[in-house]
Design a protein around this ligand. Structure first.
Ligand SMILES: Nc1ncnc2c1ncn2[C@@H]1O[C@H](COP(=O)(O)OP(=O)(O)OP(=O)(O)O)[C@@H](O)[C@H]1O
Ligand SMILES: [Mg+2]
Length: 282
């Protein structure tokens, strides 16, 4: 079964079936707008409550906020895994519902919170869904940029190593880097990284952060992260709480709000980093 079909079944139980999808579509520029967007997965339990933001093509937007505050849900709506129930979502000024789902999924690359790899070779996992023939050199370059090439080369079968039950088990961080390599090859106009560094050690996190930097230029990017270090260079930082945006701005402007969530997180993480440094130094 094709990867997309598997993901459809796993992830999109609520997608309406049989909908006519025939919009004329030109190349994506990457402007994304949410205006007063509302959504609930279950009736009577609002998850997004009037979310508004505007992203210009090429901007990097960071989404922060407590677990369950609605960050991944924003992405689910942008990808049309679910349909919003109120407000407007537009891509390049056009209602998102005008775009065929497969078009959105071709043009928006997502590195998910828990990337899904299937039981094939690493090379097949990296090249899946790219939609064109790719040379070995391109695959290696993507894997190098994603800081996973040396790991793959350390396996006796290299890129032909099977992943999953009958092959190697990759760690969370390695899976994410394979997913980053796949996204690099796909070269999407809009890039989404959902918590891409949450489950890895700090050395791996730094490697992934470098890999991500290679992905950013010229694209609109959404980065969902918990660490200030990961989001501080974003053009906009949106702080979510309980389905609403409670703070929005740049690193500098958000630090100026002494009682804000962002300032508190920054102070807390700086303190932890200092302590770790002391610990290592002594
Ligand atoms: N498929 C779903 N069905 C029902 N409720 C859901 C579903 N996915 C998420 N929720 C609920 O919606 C709310 C927002 O979830 P969401 O995944 O957007 O949070 P998040 O900000 O991404 O959190 P995290 O930082 O833990 O990833 C939560 O209360 C969650 O329990
Ligand atoms: Mg999430």
């Amino acid at each position: 079964m094709a990867y997309d079909r598997v993901m459809d079944i796993i992830k999109h139980p609520r997608e309406p079936l049989g909908e006519a999808e025939a919009a004329p579509v030109q190349a994506v520029q990457g402007a994304v707008s949410f205006q007063n967007v509302a959504f609930e997965y279950e009736r009577g339990l609002p998850v997004l409550k009037g979310v508004s933001f505007d992203v210009r093509p090429g901007q990097v937007v960071a989404l922060m906020g407590a677990t369950g505050s609605g960050k991944t849900t924003v992405i689910n709506l942008l990808m049309r895994f679910y349909e919003h129930s109120g407000g407007d979502i537009t891509l390049d000024g056009v209602d998102i519902r005008q775009y065929p789902r497969d078009f959105l999924r071709r043009n928006i690359g997502v590195v998910e919170q828990e990337p899904f790899l299937f039981s094939r070779t690493i090379r097949e996992n990296i090249t899946y869904g790219v939609g064109r023939a790719v040379s070995d050199e391109e695959v290696y370059a993507a894997a190098r940029a994603a800081a996973v090439h040396h790991v793959i080369e350390s396996f006796p079968l290299g890129y032909n190593t099977l992943v999953g039950e009958r092959g190697v088990t990759l760690s969370g961080g390695q899976k994410q880097r394979v997913a980053i390599a796949r996204t690099l090859l796909k070269n999407p106009r809009i890039l989404i990284l959902d918590d891409a560094t949450s489950s890895v050690d700090s050395e791996t996190e730094a490697a992934i952060r470098d890999a991500v930097k290679q992905l950013l230029p010229g694209r609109t990017a959404f980065i969902i992260a918990h660490r200030v270090q990961t989001v501080m260079n974003a053009d906009q930082i949106l702080v979510f709480d309980n389905g609403q945006i409670v703070q929005a701005g740049t690193h500098a402007s958000l630090l100026d709000a002494p009682d804000g969530f962002y300032r508190r997180i920054f102070d807390m993480q700086s303190r932890i980093d200092d302590e770790v440094e002391k610990e290592v130094g002594s």
